[in-house]
Design a protein around this ligand. Structure first.
Ligand code: SF4
Ligand code: SF4
Length: 124
């Protein structure tokens, strides 16, 4: 199992330093990898990152809400597309990456390490 960063990530980086296995990396380049991402092969599911996220963007894999009601002013960063601000009451499926049909947030996190820059992004 792993924890997953979702489209509520606004890239403030607060989660990075608390991870005991250093498996959270900021996505670069930002237009291709707009969130921070968790390496599913290294995450030990300790949960330490969850309370650190001021935007409540991190969930255990099997607890990502598929019907998440946004609060007024809450911002969403789709995996592809412009960031937008909720009026409040909109319901989105956070299991999906947003902006790419059929692509899940879990896949986006895994792909960043399998097919993207992964840990190399720390040096970019
Ligand atoms: S759950 Fe723990 S191991 Fe996994 S990314 Fe969060 S802090 Fe790191
Ligand atoms: S997951 Fe949360 S704490 Fe981590 S970078 Fe994104 S917004 Fe910040």
């Amino acid at each position: 199992m792993t924890h997953v960063i979702t489209a509520l990530c606004l890239r403030d980086g607060a989660c990075v330093d608390v991870c005991p296995v250093e498996c959270i990396v900021g996505g670069k380049p930002e237009n291709e990898w707009p969130w921070f991402f968790i390496d599913p092969n290294t995450c030990i599911d300790c949960g330490a990152c969850v309370p650190e996220c001021p935007y409540e963007a991190i969930f255990p894999l099997d607890e990502i809400p598929s019907s998440y009601e946004l609060k007024p002013g809450q911002e969403v960063q789709p995996f592809r597309g412009e960031r937008w601000t909720a009026a409040g009451g909109e319901v989105i499926d956070l299991t999906m990456a947003q902006g790419v049909d059929g692509y899940t947030a879990a896949q986006a996190n895994a792909d960043f390490y399998a097919n993207g820059p992964g840990y190399q992004a720390r040096n970019m």
